[in-house]
Design a protein around this ligand. Sequence first.
Ligand SMILES: C[S@@+](CC[C@H](N)C(=O)[O-])C[C@H]1O[C@@H](n2cnc3c(N)ncnc32)[C@H](O)[C@@H]1O
Length: 396
Amino acid sequence: MATTTEELIAALDALDVASFADDSFKRKSVRAAADRLLARVENPFERIWRLMWQFPMATGTLQTVLNLGIFEGWNQARGGPKTLEELHEYANTSVEIDVLRRLLRLLGSFHILEEVTEDTYKPTPLSMALGDRGSHVPDALDAGTNSLIPSATNLPAYLAKTGYREPIDPNSNSYVDVLPEHQPFFTRLQSNPVFGNQFVSLMTGWSDLKASWVDYFPTGSLLEGADLTSAPLLVDVGGGSGLDLTRFLKAHPAVPTESLVLQDTPDVLELAKLDSKIKLMPHNFFEPQPIIGARTYFFHAVFHDWSDPEAAKILTLIKEAMKPGYSKLLITEMILPPTGASDYQTAMDVFMMTILSAKERTEKVFTQLLESTGFRVVKFWKDLKGIETVVEAELA
Ligand SMILES: C[S@@+](CC[C@H](N)C(=O)[O-])C[C@H]1O[C@@H](n2cnc3c(N)ncnc32)[C@H](O)[C@@H]1O
């Protein structure tokens, strides 16, 4: 047990991250403890200063250095320590060296770069990922700048203007109010391929953080008693780039061709590169479901994009396609605990309100939504990372 301030600091600095790198539970618990520590150590003014003055400057700096192509050039040169002058060479446009010096110094102080000596830096895993589009990290940064930050900044004014009523109409929220196109979230993605591609990349990066549903839901139970001669086994509705069907196919490679169907909007399906066994089918889930009597209708991170009235419309349409006593409904979502929700979960919930007039739900709220639309919850299957749950339901 550390007894002096110096010993305490030495113990914290000596923490070996590699010792729990493969154990995400342990790593997240340590991260949460570090957050709690900061909340106790900082005084109120320091805390607000960090949140409201330091963080915005860090995000603006990160975006500028990303736009200048510095991270990309450095990544392509395979990292290594670099001087300011060397990093300046990577800029894809003319930038005054003193501007770059100040931006890099900030990134050093935020541990996004490692400062070696004056005007010399080493990359970190984060700065390397920022130089690699395949990591999805640059898209997460771009999407924050393009959409999230302006919408979050506008939230106080938007809610004041609307009498602090809970937004439930996808056509009216802080995002629609503040962004120049004044379009709902998915309409904006569909009308601008840059934002559309960014979102698909973001979803892929996000999915890497989460456990695969095939690892904690007994997918074999979908095959038991399934009649694949008359209707598909698994329809992934709003399935994005098809990651969940790909995972299922890997676990059950012998399933017949076209027994797995990916539905989404045409612009998203265009980006899907999948095994030929998976059938692509453009479908708007606010219209009647064209596949009748499938064994399973699967939705992942779809209902959190919609308020209860909109979610009820989607559920009612899927109910009409389901075969009583045979079809299953599987909904994979982040489920909020009744108390003790993490900052990740609560931020996601308010984020959904801000950009989509939507929300994250607790088990209780999900059960109410499903029961009010004619379903019965069979079981909540929780993942081993404590992030997501598969809600198994059937017609009531
Ligand atoms: C949050 S993403 C989840 C994607 C995927 N299920 C996953 O977990 O990675 C929501 C998906 O719903 C799709 N979507 C939005 N509105 C839709 C609509 N009206 N009909 C069909 N798909 C829609 C989006 O294109 C997007 O791919």
